[in-house]
Design a protein around this ligand. Structure first.
Ligand code: PAF
Length: 281
């Protein structure tokens, strides 16, 4: 596995690979890699000749400086973890990614007004800033994003459309710990006591599947809020049932093909998000 810090060097490598008609699969990350990332890379390896991963803790997508400061970082551990599923890892510095103060601004319409966008203003603009730059450098044929960050995946799909580039976006299923907690770099920030409570999010979401026959989406959202109120260590930010392809609210399960339940909650000041695609019964 090659480790490269310079974007010019990555560009040159990619050019060479393209001349040899090699397909490129790309997984952008912020490091602190876990099984969720590994699955993205594994799928990329199955479907492409060359797998590229980027590791860059992108400052423009953090609206809370404390969150950026405490974001877990361990590059050597990351390199060792992915060496068998990755050919090239791009690890730029902030100056390399943003030689000038970035000012680009994006319009993702409704997608960038709800859920994460409502609670983390500017977050997706920051994500788009870095993902656009990474796509321009790596020029992947296929890119892989986890469904855990469901809204982000839809925003990146829209970004690809707006960039008018022939990149195929693959949304990969969320990988969970044996107790149901979705893998996330932030899980490592939980104390062992709080870690034990964290599966409550997934357990609550799973119960929703059984309520769908008798309750309307808005009633279920209220039910979830009540469940969280009984958990003193959790602070629920939102629990919302939306259409899978555009995040518009759903008022009646019968009229929609695919619904997704999205949840964000703080557990001891650590922000966790998760979602579940709801199957019609
Ligand atoms: O999901 C992430 O880790 C980040 O938002 C991404 C896509 C790597 C952009 O910094």
């Amino acid at each position: 596995m090659k480790i490269i810090e310079s974007k010019d060097l990555v560009c040159r490598k990619i050019e060479l690979l393209k001349k040899q008609n090699q397909t490129i699969g790309f997984v952008p990350t912020m490091g602190a890699l876990h099984k969720g990332h590994y699955e993205l890379l594994k799928q990329a390896k199955n479907e492409n000749k060359v797998v590229v991963c980027s590791i860059f803790v992108n400052p423009t997508q953090f609206n809370n400086p404390e969150d950026l400061k405490k974001y877990p970082r361990d590059l050597q551990k990351d390199f060792d973890y992915i060496a068998d599923v990755c050919d090239l890892v791009f690890v730029p510095s902030v100056e390399e990614m943003y030689p000038e103060n970035p000012t680009d601004s994006y319009d993702f319409g409704y997608l960038d007004t709800v859920m994460e966008a409502a609670f983390r203003p500017g977050h997706f603009n920051g994500v788009a800033m870095v993902v656009r730059r990474l796509f321009e450098i790596v020029k992947p044929d296929n890119t892989y994003f986890g469904k855990k960050d469901y809204q982000q995946a839809l925003i990146v799909k829209e970004l690809i459309k707006q960039m008018k580039v022939p990149i195929r976006m693959v949304m990969v299923d969320t990988v969970r710990e044996s107790d149901g907690l979705a893998f996330s770099s932030r899980n490592s920030l939980l104390s062992s006591d709080k870690r034990k409570q964290a599966p409550f999010i997934y357990q609550t979401m799973q119960k929703v599947q059984t309520l769908m026959n008798n309750m309307k989406p808005q009633e279920i959202e209220g039910w979830i809020q009540d469940q969280f109120k009984e958990q003193k260590d959790f602070d629920l930010e939102y629990a919302t049932i939306v259409q899978a392809d555009n995040l518009q609210p759903i008022h009646d399960f019968a009229t929609h093909t695919q619904a997704v339940l999205c949840v964000a909650a703080y557990l001891d000041n650590i922000r966790l998000i998760d979602n579940l695609e709801l199957n019609k019964i």
